[in-house]
Write a protein that binds this ligand. Sequence first.
Ligand code: SAH
Length: 292
Amino acid sequence: MRSCPTLTAYGRHYCAPPRRLVSLTFTSLHRHNSAQFLNFSLFTAFRSPFSRMETPKLDSIGLEQFQTGTGLTGNKAMVENLKRFGVISSKKVAKVMEALDRGLFVPAGSSAYADTPLPIGYNATISAPHMHAMCLQLLEDKLQPGMRALDVGSGTGYLTGCFALMVGAEGRVVGVDHIPQLVDMSIKNVEKSVAASLLQKGSLSLHVGDGRKGWGEFAPYDAIHVGAAASEVPHALLDQLKPGGRMVIPVGTYFQELKVIDKSEDGSIKARTETSVRYVPLTSRVEQTGGF
Ligand code: SAH
């Protein structure tokens, strides 16, 4: 028997985590209720640059492999761990995350393969791998070959690159970020990666712009992902979502929820909450950078 309170959602029982832990770890523990995953999350919390706590000694769940590189290492080990702890259940998402090396997208010297968000400059972060995996899975049905996707707040370009690998050369993926230096960096990152040919052929593009306005040029989109928390869902993004399409967007200020928004064929909108999260805000460039 589980000793934690349970939630019922979509016909499944989840174990409700203590609220404090969720905000500390930037994760959704309620889908992963094994003691092992809890340890894994505590581990990542203690490794987080946002935490001042010491890394605890954990030896039960292969963290030695994860850290020291015995057995699998690097990107492959990261994906294997996400699979092992139930974060990744989709074969295609695993394949794409294995193919696109996260190490090419983070600043030199960062712990590229640890399950933690990392600073990328300009008061922004690359999200933790488990959040990328979760968003890819939530959007998987709308990232089929040939489909169109918009990634608002594309930052390093990592998730935009994953989207491009999901939809392939016949699809169209657009990343938008309002910091020109991040967009330049994301293009360089993608150029080093397996998604380079998609950028070259034009099925993937990265642009400077205010993502709250979406990117009208290639709308409507089957999938829209927003990588920064909006105080409310921007109307332009709802307008640019195709009937039958899905948007994943963190909404809120201090307390934030990852919303899954589905537009039906008749244009009506249904929203549900996936989990509690903590993202940087979807805001103006001046607000984010303090004007410098
Ligand atoms: N998803 C990316 C980055 C997440 S951080 C990754 O994982 O690498 C959030 C990003 O949103 C930052 O790069 C920030 O510059 C961007 N952002 C915030 N407000 C924005 C806005 N109004 N328009 C476009 N980008 C925005």
